[in-house]
Design a protein around this ligand. Sequence first.
Ligand code: G3P
Ligand code: MG
Length: 257
Amino acid sequence: MSCRPRVFLRGMAMIGLDLPRVIGHRGAAAHAPENTLAGFRWAAAHGVRWVEFDVRLSRDCVPVVIHDATLRRTTNGRGRVARKSARELSALDAGSWFSSAHAGEAVPTLETALGVLAELGLGANLEIKPEPASGARAAREVAAALTRAWRGGAPVLVSSFDWGALATLAAEAPCWPLGLLMRRPPRDWRGWARRLGVSALHVGDRYIDRLLIAELKESGLPVLVYTVERADRARRLFGWGVDGVFSDHPARLAAAL
Ligand code: G3P
Ligand code: MG
C-alpha cells in the first residue's frame, strides 16, 4: 500500500501533528449530531482545531463515519452498519435523532469527511472501530481511503482499541501517525507502543490516576485523555502532565481553560 503524507514519521510526528489541548469528541458531540459533517463544521466555526471521529466498514467495505455497530441510536435506520452497503447507509438520516434542525444530515463516508476536514483546516483523530476479527481488513480499507482522499495540510492521527488493526496500518501504511487507544492500560502497553511506533497514548479518564499518568509520560509520548467535560477535571489532568483531552464541549472547555 502506498503512502502519500511523507511529512509524518511515526514516533517523530508530534511537531507535525501540533496537538491542541482540547479535541472535539465525535466532532463536537454536545452541539451537533456526533460523527457528522455538521459536527465538524460546528467545531471549526467555534475555534476547535482538532476533532476525533469513529470509522467502521460498510458491508461493501467502504469506511464510513459512525460510532455504534448498530444504526438505531444515531440514525433512522435499523440493523448493523456492517450489514448495510455504503449506498444504503448514504440514504439514512443521522441528524434528526439529535435535533430537527439537523434533519437529513448524512452518515459521511471517510473520503467525504476527509475532504471537508481539509476545507475546514481541522486536524483529525480517526478512530478505527472494526468488527470482531476484522481489524486488518478495516485498517487496509482506511489506509486506502486516506491515500485516495487525504489532501495534505491538516494532520490525521489514527487510533484504535484494536491494536491488531494498528499493527496492520504500521506494517502496510507506515506514514500515518498512530495513537495507542486504551481503556485501562494493560501491563504490556509499553511493548505495544514501541513495536507500533505510536505517536501518542490515548487513555480513558475513568481508569487513570496521577501515578498512571506519570508512568505513561515516562514513555516521552503525548498523553491524551477521553472524555473530559469539566474544566476543573481538565486542569487537574494537565497538572498531572496530560497533553490533551477529548471533549463533547470542546469550545466551552477550551474557553474555560
Ligand atoms: O478515541 C477516544 C474515544 O472516542 C474512545 O471512546 O467510545 O467514544 O469512541 P468512544
Ligand atoms: Mg471514538
